[in-house]
Write a protein that binds this ligand. Structure first.
Ligand code: SAM
Length: 263
């Protein structure tokens, strides 16, 4: 039976690779690296560096493949079908890779950024491949340090206040409104700086929020900003635009924390 490891590799710092991840890397014969457009070169290099550092040369093969493009123009009701089509196109690619590149008893691995359980479709795509029934395999998941854990560690703060909930959401959702019933909200996948709406910059009043923001966390390009949102927002916008221009891509995450009387 073919085996697949889905390995969380941390969110940018090679030292975030866990011992469990290193064991799984050493147990792998074929690594599948899927290219991701403009961020491809940097992220593929990091993955290859990890293999160079931890897996004896000559014991593995790397197979690179093109990740199907997602229709990013689809918004509103069209968003979920667009993601569904994209997953299905990825399932075609994964199915072919597993069937053609892995022997009947071979072991392959997908190296997943951060933690495979958080805003990543690898597990859903593998389940779709299994459902189709054309190729059989067993798979396991090695958890990784997510960008969320890395963000709060770098800011030396917790995710939640005592006994309170925390919500992890997307920029797209935050742009629709601040989540109800929570004072701590982590925002990922925000291409449009949805926090501006709450900083008093888009014609609405500023909310009583602090922000803990980080870009390229754990890498040599890391940028961290924290403070009252109304003050920090213009600075973040400027730093973000400069960094994006310089590198050609950006990955940022932030925690919005409502100031409460007991703080
Ligand atoms: C497709 S999600 C993948 C998340 C990943 N599975 C994780 O556990 O962090 C990509 C989003 O993760 C966040 N992200 C990932 N790595 C990051 C980093 N090094 N610095 C800041 N944000 C990061 C950004 O919000 C980015 O838009």
């Amino acid at each position: 039976m073919r085996r697949i490891h889905v390995i969380g590799i941390g969110a940018g710092d090679p030292d975030q690779l866990t011992l469990q991840a290193v064991k799984a890397l050493r147990d792998t014969e074929v690594f599948f690296l899927l290219d991701k457009g403009e961020v491809k070169a940097d992220l593929t290099r990091l993955r290859r560096d990890m293999l160079d550092a931890h897996v004896p040369e000559g014991t593995y093969r790397v197979v690179e493949a093109r990740d199907p493009e997602r229709d990013r123009s689809a918004g509103g009701a069209a968003y979920s079908p667009a993601v569904g089509d994209w997953r299905s196109a990825r399932a075609d690619v994964y199915e072919r890779l597993i069937a053609e590149e892995l022997g009947e008893d071979g072991t392959g691995a997908f190296l997943v950024w951060g933690d495979p359980a958080l805003y990543d479709s690898t597990l859903a795509v593998l389940e779709e491949v299994l459902r189709r029934g054309a190729v059989a395999f067993a798979y396991d998941v090695v958890p990784g340090i997510s960008s969320v854990s890395a963000l709060v560690a770098r800011h030396r703060t917790g995710l939640n206040r005592v006994g309170r909930p925390v919500q992890i959401t997307t920029g797209r959702r935050l742009a629709e409104g601040f989540p109800e019933g929570v004072d701590d909200v982590v925002v990922m996948l925000d291409a449009h700086q949805a926090f501006r709406r709450y900083a008093g910059q888009d014609g609405e009043g500023a909310e009583d929020l602090d922000i803990y923001w980080g870009a390229y966390i754990g890498t040599p390009d890391e940028i961290l900003v924290s403070g009252p949102l109304a003050e920090a927002a213009p600075r973040i916008e400027r730093l973000r635009a400069e960094a994006r221009e310089r590198k050609g891509w950006i990955m940022d995450t932030y925690l919005l924390r409502r100031r409460t009387p007991e703080q």
